[in-house]
Design a protein around this ligand. Structure first.
Ligand code: C5P
Length: 238
């Protein structure tokens, strides 16, 4: 049986939704003995740009670049090519499946020179609630919507999907074992009662047994008084 700490390292991506490069570097160095994958999203990237990707590399981390591209296909393709060609630390990047099949296909094509870089498509944001679906004019349930977008993105060539851990079991049963399933909205037991903007959460152990390839964990780790202790406590539950 795999050691709990090996599972933690293999499966966990820590979201670095912090404001400064110094804080991102501090967290990467501090957590590197336990995790080797870090997510850079629009908050950190807007503050410091691509320099962040190389800084995390130098601190020993691989990067999940979560900029959720959603634009016309040629623009998304060009942006993905720049990342693929210039930032070897990036192993995963996101596009929105709702950008459509041509957009997803261009992203995949633009990164095809890199066997170690996968494109994953965001289905429905894990913060979306059923009532917001109505406001967006989407008649489907969240689960149906995620399935529809997932099918579209995988048919267009995406290597995987970003989805709620509450949907991963169903999506895996629809789309099989080849695809990568990345699940944000993970809340360890210690953070179960914390109210924030995530509505469809699961614990790390629940997400793994539901079939998640990678767990994205942000605030429960970087806002913790002792992020290392939080990761160790998560490992104990796996
Ligand atoms: O702090 P928390 O653990 O909620 O962080 C979740 C991270 O996952 C955030 O960086 C957010 O941008 C990202 N994410 C998400 N839902 C998606 C895709 C990405 O919450 N569908």
């Amino acid at each position: 049986m795999e050691d709990k700490f090996e599972i933690l390292k293999e499966k966990t991506i820590v979201a670095l939704d912090v404001d400064t490069l110094a804080e991102a570097e501090r967290l990467t160095r501090l957590l590197s003995p336990y995790v080797d994958k870090f997510k850079v999203g629009s908050r950190l990237f807007s503050a410091h740009g691509p320099v962040v990707l190389d800084a995390i590399d130098q601190c020993g981390g691989k990067v999940f670049l979560d900029l959720k591209y959603h634009d016309i296909p040629s623009v998304v393709g060009s942006a993905c090519r720049v990342i693929a060609d210039n930032h070897p630390s990036v192993f995963l990047l996101t596009v929105h499946a709702s950008g459509g099949p041509a957009m997803v296909a261009q992203a995949v094509d633009a990164t095809s020179s890199r066997n170690d870089l996968d494109v994953v498509a965001v289905t429905a944001l894990t913060s979306l609630s059923p009532s917001e679906m109505g406001l967006l004019g989407i008649g489907n349930t969240l689960a149906d919507w995620a399935e529809k977008l997932g099918s579209l993105a995988l048919d267009a060539g995406a290597q995987g999907l970003v989805c709620s851990a509450r949907e991963v079991e169903h999506l895996r049963s629809c789309f099989g074992n080849e695809s990568i399933f990345v699940t944000p909205g993970i809340r360890p037991n210690s953070a179960r009662n914390v109210r924030d903007d995530q509505t469809r959460t699961r614990t790390p152990a629940e997400a793994i047994s539901a079939g998640s390839s990678y767990l994205v964990i942000g605030r429960p780790v970087y806002q913790s008084a002792d992020p290392v202790a939080t990761l160790k406590a998560i490992a104990e539950t796996l």
